[in-house]
Write a protein that binds this ligand. Structure first.
Ligand code: ADP
Length: 617
């Protein structure tokens, strides 16, 4: 359970959240919390006043004038309440979208290496499961209950304040009869205190039930959503159809749905008696209160005005206490859930982000050096790279070859500072790359990873990775990447939306076309280092040949790294680096590497050449 200090931190965080999102929800929610109980409270006060006027036989026209003023004020207060409600509901719904946007914004700004840490992933998974249970927003529920509690508190205090003078008359005693003695008054006060305590306890128990239920159902609910997502994602439709996976998917989501429903039913079974107890106690307390008040009124100890005020205020007080009984749910459950979001936002990378600006050079005179670099991925014990030492000269075109899992992509990830070496250091122009401002340093690289992603936005925005783009530059690189003709055939050319997720008129593209667009994106960035990781894997032989042909041209004045399984496609590079089991085992030109008959390169080359020869034969 959160401490008071932690809950105050959450309150501060939620305030910071709304400030960052530029939504003045605090003012709006406070306005709603105050305006909500006002018409009812004023009605009670005003009815008592009118009763008083009638009791003292005020002339009818004076009563009418007072009634008119009162009704007008109630009308105005009701309008104010409605305005408060209107803005409240408008803002509360926006919170869901804002929270999603906030989460994706903070995640996209987090250090890449952090996203792979087990404790961060667990924290994010927990938050994600809770949020999906709460309609994708924990902040929304937090504010809803915070407003309920505030409104309950304000309503309770105001109701007590307006009936305070009337309440005083309940405490005038003579000791002639039991009813007029202090005893029933004390009994009634005890009843009210008991009611408050019972509501507090039941509110707490209800909060525990809901928290436990959500914790128990979280994993089955997210499994249910996982399986459900298959049926909703049209891109997976082919595999589902071909492998007749419908039954498997249905069985899985039926199973997980039933599991979470079972738990819900179990909890509801416990909650129903609790709700009954609350109902019975509320009835008993209200009954006792009304009986006591009625008896005092019957024997003339309570004026009509005070009777009306107290009888009218009782439901308001009960309602205030009921709203306040949401406090445990707010402070225990919702604060804990918003706490997950806060921890995600506050989770800082322990990596040094660097401060030195990267020198902007027209001649791209950059020298990279790996000095005895070794690397283990987070949460693993084995080295993906071992004692790698090498330098690349400016403008050099390098090819990385090696079997799967030999460490080629890992080398690129370290080069781009997605991770820092576990041992050793990487230098840029003699300075450890960790000392450079990370964002500036990263902008030196254009990388097409094997698992690149394109987005369901216009093609132009995919290439420029921005809403604005330079049309001439865009077409130049579409041309270079060999995709310009295909784009010219698209319904809206460069403005055509890719994929159908967000636009019915979006176009579906093949894997090879997507790869060419990703290459155009890398070129558009015009960074001094270009890295293509298996850029031709999804391309047909003709497109593959075109890419090789153009590679030297579009990386003319740049340092380029080309990773490929097809050794024949690496021959056009100046030097080839051979990776094996996390190490660079050979480095040189195609001819020199091939001439070492016992070397890995020769072995790889011959195994591929043999394959082609046997096919031709
Ligand atoms: P290559 O690009 O040569 O195919 P990688 O550099 O991708 O090889 O992988 C090198 C080794 O690191 C492999 O054993 C792979 O399983 C491991 N590896 C790659 N990515 C991760 C990761 N995110 N977490 C843990 N291990 C990884």
């Amino acid at each position: 359970m959160n401490t008071v200090k932690e809950n105050l931190e959450i309150l501060k965080f939620s305030y910071r959240f709304t400030k960052e999102q530029n939504i003045p929800v605090y003012a709006i929610f406070l306005f709603h919390a105050i305006s909500e109980p006002l018409p009812a409270i004023f009605s009670v006060w005003f009815t008592a006043k009118i009763t008083a006027l009638i009791s003292v036989q005020e002339p009818p026209h004076s009563v009418l004038v007072h009634a008119f003023i009162g009704v007008t004020l109630i009308f105005i207060l009701t309008i104010i309440k409605r305005i408060g409600e209107h803005f409240y509901f408008k803002k509360i719904d926006i919170l869901t979208v804002k929270e999603k946007a906030y989460v994706s914004d903070i995640i996209s700004k987090k250090d890449y290496a952090l996203l792979e840490k087990t404790d961060f992933q667990l924290l994010f998974k927990t938050y994600d499961e809770v949020a999906s249970n709460y309609g994708c927003s924990v902040i929304r529920f937090y504010f809803m209950f915070l407003t309920k509690v505030m409104s309950g508190f304000i309503g309770l205090v105001l109701s007590l304040l307006i009936i305070l003078p009337s309440l005083k008359t309940l405490f005038v005693f003579d000791n002639n009869t039991f009813i007029t003695s202090w005893k029933p008054a004390v009994l009634t006060i005890i009843c009210i205190i008991l009611f408050g305590i019972i509501m507090g306890i039941t509110g707490n128990r209800l909060a525990n039930f809901w928290t436990k239920l959500h914790e128990e159902t979280q994993s089955s609910y997210s499994m249910f959503m996982y399986w459900l997502s298959f049926t909703e994602n049209y891109k997976q439709g082919k595999d589902i159809k071909v492998y007749r996976a419908q039954k498997l998917i249905q069985q899985e989501y039926d199973y997980w749905q039933e599991k979470s429903l079972k738990l819900t039913r179990k909890t509801i079974k416990k909650i129903i008696p609790l709700r009954r107890i609350i109902g019975i106690f509320t009835g008993l307390i209200v009954g006792t209160l009304y009986s006591y008040i009625a008896l005092r009124a019957a024997i003339g100890l309570l004026s009509a005005e005070n009777l009306v005020a107290i009888v009218g205020a009782v439901p308001l007080i009960i309602n205030g206490i009921t709203q306040l009984s949401n406090l445990p749910f707010l402070t225990k459950t919702l604060c804990k859930y918003v706490g997950y979001l806060k921890r995600i936002a506050d989770y800082d990378s322990d990596r040094y982000m660097g401060t030195i600006p990267v020198e902007k050079r027209d001649d791209n005179d950059f020298l990279i050096e790996f000095k005895d670099v070794s690397f283990k991925y987070p949460n693993t014990d084995t080295y993906a790279l071992k004692h790698v030492s090498m330098q690349f000269k400016i403008g050099e075109h390098l090819a990385f070859v090696g079997t799967n899992g030999s460490g080629k992509t890992t080398f690129i990830k370290l080069l781009c500072r997605l991770y820092d070496p576990t041992e050793g250091e990487i230098l840029l122009n003699g300075i450890n790359i960790q000392k450079y401002n990370m964002t500036e340093y990263m902008s030196l690289f254009s990388v097409v990873f094997q698992d690149f992603s394109l987005f369901a936005v216009p093609l132009s925005q995919n290439v420029s990775t921005s809403v604005e783009y330079d049309n001439k530059k865009l077409w130049r690189y579409l041309e270079k990447a060999g995709i310009a003709n295909r784009v010219k055939e698209m319904p809206k050319q460069e403005n055509t939306v890719l994929y159908k997720e967000l636009d019915d008129n979006g176009v579906e593209i093949s894997g090879g076309e997507a790869q060419k667009i990703a290459i155009a994106r890398a070129l558009y960035r015009n960074a001094p280092f270009v890295v293509l990781d298996e850029p031709t894997a999804a391309l047909d032989p003709i497109s593959e040949f075109e890419i090789y042909e153009r590679f030297n041209d579009f990386t003319k004045d740049k340092t380029a790294i080309y990773i490929s399984h097809r050794l024949s496609s690496c021959r056009f590079c100046d030097k080839i680096m051979v990776f094996d089991n996390g190490q660079i085992v050979q480095f040189g030109t195609h001819e020199s590497l091939l001439s070492d008959e016992n070397g890995k390169y020769n072995q790889l080359w011959n195994s591929q050449a043999k394959y082609y020869i046997s096919k031709v034969e």
